[in-house]
Write a protein of this length. Structure first.
Length: 419
């Protein structure tokens, strides 16, 4: 007993030294902080792509603005999203609009507001509030613009910069009289998302017989998301939207089903049918899996539950590639060097045209253009059979995106430094 007690002062000394070192490190980090950004993002949690905006932009800030503290002003980080983001960014302060004291403090201490990527200027009222209450600068990072009412034009004209995630939006903005000092193409923040949940991904792959590099992911989509199918959204059933969805689902998804059949019959690849939003779990079974020939089903996995961005991305990076009608899953794939074909239709915004902006025009498929859909199966087969070329093509697009990320983040820094 006495021999153990002899070492007690040494143990205490080491513990005190360790705590002191940690305290000094924290103080050092605080002293290195020169600026504060309030990031307006995290729009909803029912879609892993919408979730990906925030960690993507946060990762860019971490890489290119290491002396900047970022606080996340979020709309919704429920359903495990808050915990997932904070595992990646443990020192991040997340503020909801209902937390008036924290928001008031952020308005006082942050020098710059950064509106994250989205289908439009999602938080226009919050940006307007920032302008009126603080008079401080703000910028917009990677949005689509489908229309430009007077209030949106007025707000964007006060921005230090507006990055549009597709050049169709950029040209529309110019035509509508938006004249922010800097208006350029800027990649969607989700390209930079690097969340991981390897344990969950590997467990899922083991349970379903998926092997790394030997499967391709596919995601279905309705023309318009039937949010009334998601209880948490509390959305009202819309007959006209449902009618259009039902009318078009076979037209839209048969080409993807045909590609699945060809993949299974002509290559060693397996196929994973998975969701980007909560409504696509059921849709994938109904329209992609159930109608398949029995011998094809043996090499097709239908994911029967929703997942979060970290697990999904951890599966994507272990796949041979992606094709489908969603757009943020292919964004995350390309951002991680994984080949991805992007499908769209007229009900979606112009964001899909970014594939042409990043050099992937021949991996872009419009469901409303038969000539493009006619080459879907052959392109999917090419991706599977010549993986080396597909990877090189994806890597080239990734490098283009990363170059634009570096350039746009330098503009963010310049605007902060110059007020």
């Amino acid at each position: 007993m006495k021999s153990h007690l002899r070492f007690l002062p040494v143990v205490i000394l080491l513990l005190v030294s360790s705590l002191s070192s940690q305290s000094q490190t924290q103080k050092s980090k605080k002293s290195e902080i020169k600026h504060h950004i309030l990031l307006r993002s995290s729009w909803q949690t029912v879609n892993i792509g919408d979730i990906a905006h925030s960690p993507g932009v946060l990762a860019l800030c971490e890489k290119y603005l290491p002396d900047v503290e970022v606080r996340l002003w979020a709309s919704n980080v429920g359903d495990g999203v808050k915990e997932m983001i904070q595992r990646r960014f443990p020192n991040l302060q997340i503020i909801l609009s209902s937390d008036t004291l924290a928001l008031k403090k952020a308005f006082s201490e942050c020098e710059f507001l950064l509106h994250s990527s989205g289908p439009y200027l999602v938080a226009d009222k919050d940006v307007d509030r920032w302008i009126k209450e603080t008079g401080k600068p703000f910028g917009v990072y990677g949005i689509t613009l489908s229309e430009a009412p007077a209030d949106i034009v007025r707000i964007l004209n006060q921005a230090k910069f507006v990055f549009f995630r597709d050049t169709v939006s950029l040209e529309l903005a110019k035509s509508k009289g938006i004249k922010a000092p800097i208006m350029e193409f800027g990649p969607d923040g989700a390209f930079a998302c690097d969340l991981r949940n390897d344990a969950a991904a590997l467990k899922f792959m083991a349970e379903t017989g998926l092997e790394e590099g030997k499967f391709i992911c596919v995601i279905p989509k309705y023309r318009r998301t039937p949010y009334w199918e998601i209880p948490s959204k509390k959305a009202i059933y819309n007959e006209s939207i449902n009618k259009r969805n039902q009318e078009m689902k076979e037209h839209d998804l048969k080409p993807y089903r045909d590609a699945i059949i060809a993949l299974v019959r002509e290559t060693p690849m397996k196929v994973l049918i998975c969701p980007e939003d909560m409504t696509q779990v059921k849709l994938g079974k109904e329209m992609l899996y159930d109608p398949l020939p029995e011998e094809v089903k043996k090499k097709v996995v239908w994911r029967n539950r929703f997942w979060l961005t970290d697990e999904a991305l951890s599966v994507y990076v272990r796949s041979a590639g992606y094709f489908g009608l969603e757009q943020h899953s292919p964004i995350m794939c390309i951002g991680n060097g994984i080949p991805a074909l992007l499908g769209r239709f007229e009900e979606q915004t112009s964001k899909g045209y970014m594939w042409k902006n990043i050099g992937l025009g021949d991996w872009f498929f419009d469901s409303d253009k038969p000539d493009q859909m006619d080459r879907l199966t052959s392109t999917v087969l090419s991706l599977a059979k010549d993986q080396k070329s597909a990877r090189q093509k994806a890597q080239k697009a990734k490098e283009f995106v990363e170059k634009r990320q570096a350039e746009t983040m330098q503009i963010v820094r310049n605007c902060m430094n110059n007020g």
